[in-house]
Ligand binder design. Structure first.
Ligand code: IPD
Ligand code: CA
Ligand code: CA
Length: 268
């Protein structure tokens, strides 16, 4: 295993321990609201601190972009940047709904090179290193082989904090759900992307994500043979936050269904 991936795994497992321990005592958790429907608990911060400490202990000069701490390091274009979501699916976690994850990715000179997504409840560790494939625990991952949309299971996320694009989203949803076998919205975008890499979903789309929701999942998918783009089929998803992913046969079909629903606001 690449030494930097090894550090990411160590950090993710440590955060997983903190999260699993806290999950046993949800009633005593201190929770605050960042904005409408955006909750943060002391566990998010504790897990993030633990991840950052492990990374900076190993690589003190590396830069960090983490959901709760923001940017750490003062270089404009850092050589190494770690992108961290310490708890993806906080709302699920707070409700004892067992679908959440830890997501850690590393960019080297602007290119994603290492990725970990850890489901600490199921003890499922998804990892990828650029050029070396994607794994779930010790098993090599490949995206699914389905080519008929009518047989596909598609993941998504429903906008809930900022409803700017809700009408466009609902029209996409309506169009897609009438053509596929099923749609799921479990509530952890990072884990959703890992499931595309694992072939559990055949495709996925969501609007208004943040870089820490997507970074690790995107490398997992491409290393598993899948495709990822923004809503227009370009690579701007880390900036726009709008993402489509899937196996190579389904990806293009999703893109085609979504394209008539694009508004100026969505592609701006
Ligand atoms: C959220 C989850 C959710 C997605 C939201 C994210 P958080 O992350 O990934 O699935 O729909 O857009 O913000 O806030 O729980 O880390
Ligand atoms: Ca998140
Ligand atoms: Ca989070």
């Amino acid at each position: 295993m690449h030494p930097m991936l090894n550090i990411a795994v160590k950090a993710a497992r440590c955060a997983g321990g903190i999260i699993n321990h806290a999950a046993q005592n949800l009633d005593i958790l201190h929770v605050s609201r960042k904005s409408h429907s955006d909750f943060v608990s002391e566990v998010d911060s504790k897990a993030e601190d633990a991840i950052i400490n492990i990374i900076l202990e190993a690589y003190p000069k590396h830069s960090i972009l983490a959901e709760e701490s923001g940017v750490i390091g003062n270089e404009k274009e850092p050589e190494y940047q770690w992108i961290i979501d310490p708890l993806d699916g906080t709302t699920n976690f707070l409700h004892g709904f067992p679908q959440y994850s830890i997501s850690i990715a590393l960019k080297h000179r602007g290119i994603l090179t290492q990725a970990v997504i850890y489901d600490s409840i199921g003890n499922e560790l998804f990892t990828a290193s650029r050029g070396r494939g994607a794994y779930l625990n010790d098993h090599r991952l490949r995206v699914s082989k389905r080519s008929q949309l009518s047989e596909c299971l598609i993941g998504t996320g429903i906008p809930f904090r900022d409803l700017t694009h809700i009408e466009s989203y609902l029209s996409m949803l309506k169009d897609i759900l009438s053509r596929v076998a099923g749609i799921r919205r479990p509530g952890s975008a990072a884990l959703d992307l890992a499931y595309v890499a694992a072939g559990r979903y055949d495709g996925f789309w969501e609007l208004q994500l943040e870089p820490w929701d997507m970074a690790a999942g995107c490398l997992l998918i491409t290393e598993a043979g899948g495709l990822v783009s923004d809503l227009e089929g370009n690579e701007n998803y880390m900036n726009s936050g709008h993402i489509i992913a899937g196996n190579p046969k389904i990806f293009g079909q999703l893109l085609k269904i979504i394209s008539p629903h694009l508004t100026k606001k969505l592609i701006a």
